[in-house]
Write a protein that binds this ligand. Structure first.
Ligand code: CUA
Length: 339
């Protein structure tokens, strides 16, 4: 027996349930919280409405035809009247789709221009986003801050609008920066600087991810945008600007860290560690996740990550350093002090 209809029905059911629950804010393009996302949302709605109308007309006509002209028991077996060609119908099904495509292209072009040509106020916060395999670097050139994977930006209100202007660059291959609730996706291309902007009007954490296949761990190139009131943002920025903590109790742990090859890839401000290949670790403990959003930043997870990053995010560019247990303890103790 052909199981296709049952499989198809099950698939539809799963999709409906998955969509309805919308467990992953990542995919939620239907809940915009910033102006560029509002614009994308409006075009999506227009497009969905037109597609729904087409579906209803075509599906309705099909259903009507199937029911109205089905073979009845008493039918004689003669063929019905055969009709060849109709200029009026040909013209209708050429002109109507052309008009629909025209409306959609014009609406899309208008939205793209509106978002792209928006003049940024001089006080807009500037952030350079660098896509790496497979993590995000966030540089705030005016503030002298380098962070990773968690982008802090100020909340925008009617009384005090706050825009963040993002310059997108790549350190290796093509990526795409996408936080569905804040803006449409923008490609991150090697050798080219793209720009985008956001003005989030709701506090909170907004999840995003890389939206352009960039290698094995593309799906785990996650990011979060932390939108906070300007005062909290200033507080965060002030803490990030400081050199990494120099706790005298960490003397020996720090020495171990600095003696290992960690420092070839990672930077810790105020120390000889100045690597730029991996994420800056100066304020690692201010981040809530490790491995670009893959696991929560807990002491146990940090230890597992340093011990064998490949077991957690296979293929990522941090090798297993084969640390002995004393070294591992000291590295974890030192990293845990980087508030
Ligand atoms: Cu970076 Cu996909």
């Amino acid at each position: 027996m052909n199981s296709f209809p049952r499989v198809a029905a099950l698939w539809c059911l799963i999709s409906v349930v998955a969509f309805g629950q919308s467990v992953h804010p990542v995919a939620n393009v239907f809940d915009p919280k910033a102006t560029p996302a509002d614009s994308v949302y409006s075009v999506s709605m227009l497009m969905l409405a037109i597609c729904a109308a087409i579906f209803l007309v075509v599906g309705g006509l099909l259903a009507f035809t199937i029911v109205r002209f089905r073979r009845r028991k008493l039918d004689d077996s003669r063929e019905p009247a055969q009709v060849y060609g109709s200029n009026r119908i040909e013209i209708a099904w050429t002109v109507i789709p052309v008009l629909i495509v025209l409306v959609l292209s014009m609406a899309t072009a208008r939205t793209v221009l509106e978002v792209q040509n928006k003049r940024m106020p001089a006080n807009a916060l500037k952030v350079t986003v660098v896509g790496h395999q497979w993590w995000w670097e966030f540089r705030y050139p005016d503030l002298g801050i380098v962070a990773a994977n968690e982008l802090h930006v100020p909340l925008s209100t009617v009384a005090k609008p706050a825009h963040t202007l993002l310059k997108l660059e790549s350190a290796d291959v093509a990526h795409s920066f996408w936080v569905p609730q804040l803006a449409g996706k923008t490609d991150v291309i090697p050798g080219i600087t793209n720009t985008m902007w956001i003005d989030p009007r709701q506090e909170g954490i907004f999840l995003g991810n890389c939206a352009e296949y960039c290698g094995t761990q593309h799906a785990n190139m996650l990011l979060r945008v932390i939108v906070e009131p300007p005062a909290d943002f200033e507080k965060w920025a002030a803490a990030q600007k400081l050199d990494a903590a120099l706790d005298p109790r960490m003397e020996s742990a720090r020495a171990t860290f600095l003696s290992l090859s960690c420092i070839n890839c990672h930077a810790v401000s105020g120390t000889p560690a100045t690597g730029t290949f991996g994420p800056d670790l100066s304020h690692l403990m201010s981040r809530s996740t490790l491995g670009s959003g893959v696991i929560p930043n807990t002491p146990e997870n940090l230890r597992s990550w340093v011990k064998d990053p490949q077991a957690i995010k296979r293929g990522n560019l941090m090798p297993n350093m084969q640390l002995n247990s004393r070294e591992l303890d000291e590295i974890v103790i030192y990293l845990s002090s980087l508030k």
